[in-house]
Write a protein that binds this ligand. Structure first.
Ligand code: 5GP
Length: 114
């Protein structure tokens, strides 16, 4: 059983500001928000990172994205736009070994990302 911070949040062992939950995913506010809206969408299945997801996880991966889009509507940033980010590995700055999609919005994003 994974023992990282998001595993503990998914198991409700430590608190988080939860904005959405269903049987497959949990979404909560990032503790160090990089934008006015910064939400993390995490599968309840223990997948460390995108490179460890398999073909059988494809419906779950799709669900993560449609949930993120739904939360963006819920948060009122659909019209202005938003960015979805998955960090994998050191060069991307991955810091928690539990797959998560960042939903960032509420301000103008730069491109390319830093
Ligand atoms: P990564 O860099 O792995 O893509 O993203 C990890 C994210 O998790 C970071 O944006 C960081 O601010 C957030 N984070 C780290 N620890 C906690 C925590 O205990 N609670 C919440 N809500 N977010 C966290």
């Amino acid at each position: 059983m994974a023992d990282n911070i998001f595993a503990k949040i998914v198991r409700k062992e430590i608190p988080a500001k939860i904005v959405y939950e269903d049987e497959r995913v949990l979404a909560f506010c990032d503790i160090n928000a990089k934008a006015p809206v910064h939400i993390l969408v995490v599968p309840k299945k223990d997948i460390a990172r995108i490179s460890e997801a398999g073909a059988a996880d494809e419906p779950l991966l799709g669900h993560l994205l449609t949930v993120a889009a739904g939360i963006a509507r819920q948060e009122g940033i659909d019209a202005t736009g938003y960015r979805l980010v998955i960090n994998k590995g050191a060069h991307a700055g991955e810091s928690v070994a539990r797959l998560h999609v960042h939903l960032l919005g509420g301000r103008q994003m730069n491109w390319p990302p830093g």
